[in-house]
Write a protein that binds this ligand. Sequence first.
Ligand SMILES: Cc1ncc(COP(=O)(O)O)c(C=O)c1O
Length: 375
Amino acid sequence: MSAIQMVDLKGQYEKIKKEIDEGVINCVSSAAYINGAQVKSFQENLENYLQVKNVIPCANGTDALQIAMMALDLREGDEVIVPSFTFIATAEVVALLKLKPVMVEVDAGTFNVTADIIEQAITPKTKAIVPVHLFGQTCDMQSIMQIAEKHNLFVIEDNAQAIGSDYTFADGSMKKAGTIGHIGTTSFFPSKNLGCYGDGGAIFTNDDGLAEKMRVIANHGQSKKYYHSVIGVNSRLDTIQAAILDIKLKYLDEYAAARQKAAAFYDEAFKNIEELQTPAREKNSTHVFHQYTLRVKNGERDALQKHLENAGVPAMIYYPVPLYRQEAFAEYVAPGFRLPTTEKLCDEVLSLPIHTELHEEVLGKITVEVKNFFR
Ligand SMILES: Cc1ncc(COP(=O)(O)O)c(C=O)c1O
């Protein structure tokens, strides 16, 4: 058995090597490295897959969040509600734009922010909410959109981790994660469920006005070449990355199914281990398992991680520190501010290998090693 990895990008590539190599060579030989035809093709195919009116490709998921927030005409000091248990990018761009990140709790089972938690944090200065569909399942967007409407707030879905997840509304209708709020953003970082071979990102919206604004912002603030109406940024998806993504998009649902199969194997293996809590599912969302994250409830998370490492099984802590404890955010947080669930999660979570190439033999080895620890 070869070394177990958190994510097997090489193994995934080997399976689609011929198509990918051809796609990359086509880009290189066409010399259309920037805004080549593949960017438009991927954009349209992703619009079709997500059933959203506008996809705006950009350079990475952090830029996608920044461009989305720049399009909302917010003023210095306006408050933006973000979960405290997420990757830094979600809140980083808020601070970068001189807005105030208001960090809130998440649900201890699903790791997602909820409408109730959000509503408690709303003040007259709140202008936007950024629900993060953490680890691969969509937050309860119907309730979140109701709260947003009631308080007249923008909703930007940070969908870096849940592309392809389906959300079902009370009336039975369905939408893809990232297409329910006013704007959705994603990342195509290589290890993401839809990952390219470098950096990449995209923004989604059904609002044509916002879409046009964001296209302009992403392109140096110009709607006509060399005429700049607003201050923008330079954020493009490379042609080569678009070509790769266009190929991988065809496999996205198959990839999600492979991840779900591995998650089901883990669930079954750990169901009788009292010290472990397997990931709870959102009621109205499918889970595409960007991460499979356990809670180790006996205070021995770090020891389990060490035990696994010694046995050749990688396991990662996403995330070890709540956002409000990051030094970078010190000025936004009152001394002694604590969110008990977030604190607990940072002490208890452990993510196991999950990817599209996990075979039963490997899953067997991983689960046996976890079980050995609790014997
Ligand atoms: C929740 C979340 N938001 C935003 C990002 C930022 O994406 P990128 O790394 O492409 O800038 C990531 C990626 O790591 C993420 O996980």
